[in-house]
Design a protein around this ligand. Structure first.
Ligand code: NIG
Length: 385
């Protein structure tokens, strides 16, 4: 067994309301953390005798938080779309069609290219405090291509880079066939081929992508094959995807930029997490989701980067937190909770996103005395370790 002592923590965020100040963040001031074999073994008061450990890290009064849980990403791609971004900033709208540019580049890339690009992005995120990563497929749109994407993702998962893999064959319909024919390919060929490699099924419910019934067919087939359900909902318009997510007991409905009052109520009365992706709204000049109304209605809100080459080419959870606080009316505490424990709930994980005894010891040491600095000092690299 290897043990680590993180000593002299000025402020520890546990996300356990039975600890510390009793708030949802469970903030403990002045303590140290003991980790045994990668699992939190104890939180000790500052003046408790220090146990002998293999490694001693001195936090020197800094804030320690659960590492971010980045629960929505599209990391298996090649190329970039900087020209599309520049055109958008010059007034062009964002549309689902841009995804095909990345599909063409990804189909031409080798497995090694896809693996290295994803590793690079995950390393970027880690340097900014991310400890748990989900990635989707969805940039090949054929049976063999989507299968290959899950194989690359499985290699990333085996190496500890990725924690959750989502089949998003229903990203956009490929130009080679009609939408309904492609839905049949997903249901009858792609889902059976990736069972055991993808833990989640997803579909993009949008104009230019898939309508509600097509999404339902894909999601129900994935669920029948044992996958958990998540959905790209209400990003550019409202096609009823949030209601479908709640009906199917999806773990998460993601984007939620265009919500009706009924959608907000539905989240408040369900266990489906509303995963908000404000870096995409920033990069597509869209309105921001109604985070304040969701929280006030009792919804569980997660925040994620949605790293992808089209709508959100960032790996920075601190940037997302700053947007959520400045633009979406979330408090600093709510934004941190949503970026950690909220992301964990969106992935239906109980072992990450918290720092209590038994949690995986995925933590970030901030070069700051308190977590508020994440939003207070936007754009500053605050993660020290
Ligand atoms: O979540 N909206 C669909 N998928 C991605 C965008 C992918 C792309 O533009 O390449 C998203 O924003």
């Amino acid at each position: 067994m290897t043990s680590t002592l993180v000593a002299n923590i000025g402020q520890l965020v546990t996300n356990d309301p039975t600890m510390g100040d009793g708030s949802p963040l469970g903030v403990v001031n002045g303590c140290s953390l003991i980790v045994d074999d990668g699992v939190v073994a104890a939180v000790l008061a500052q003046n408790a005798p220090e146990p002998a450990c293999d490694t001693r890290i001195d936090a020197d009064g800094r804030s320690v938080i659960p590492a971010f849980v980045d629960s929505h990403n599209h990391l298996l791609f090649a190329g970039n779309r900087s020209a599309e971004f520049a055109a958008r900033m010059a007034g062009e709208p964002y549309a689902a069609g841009g995804i095909m540019t990345t599909v063409t580049a990804t189909r031409a890339a080798s497995d090694g290219d896809l693996l290295r690009n994803a590793q690079r992005l995950i390393a970027e995120g880690r340097a900014q405090g991310t400890g748990t990563v989900e990635t989707k497929t969805g940039y090949e749109l054929t049976r063999d291509g989507e299968l290959r994407q899950t194989q690359v993702a499985a290699a990333l998962q085996d190496e500890g880079f990725v924690d959750a893999v989502t089949l998003l064959a229903a990203h956009v319909p490929p130009p080679e066939m009609g939408v309904d024919d492609y839905v049949q390919v997903i249901v009858n060929e792609i889902i059976p081929a990736v069972v055991g490699r993808a833990q989640w099924i997803d579909a993009f419910c949008e104009q230019g992508a898939f309508n509600l019934e097509q999404c339902r067919a894909v999601l129900e087939a994935g669920a029948a094959a044992g996958m958990g359900v998540r959905i790209h909902a209400n990003q550019l318009s409202n096609m009823g995807a949030v209601q479908l997510a709640v009906e199917l007991d999806a773990a998460s409905a993601d984007h939620c930029t265009h919500l009706s009052d009924a959608d907000i109520d539905a989240f408040g009365n369900s266990s489906t997490v509303a995963t908000l992706l404000p870096a995409s709204d920033f990069s597509t000049r869209s309105p921001y989701p109604a985070a304040r109304r969701l929280l006030d209605a009792g919804a569980t809100v997660a925040l994620a980067t949605n790293c992808n080459p089209g709508s959100s080419y960032t790996t920075s959870m601190p940037f997302v937190i700053a947007l959520a606080v400045r633009e979406m009316g979330m408090t600093c505490a709510e934004a941190l909770w949503s970026a950690t424990a909220g992301g964990a709930q969106a992935l239906r994980r109980t072992d990450v996103g918290t720092l209590r005894v038994g949690s995986r010891a995925r933590y970030a040491v901030l070069d700051a005395p308190s977590y508020e600095h994440l939003a207070y000092r936007p754009g500053v690299p605050l993660v020290q370790a």
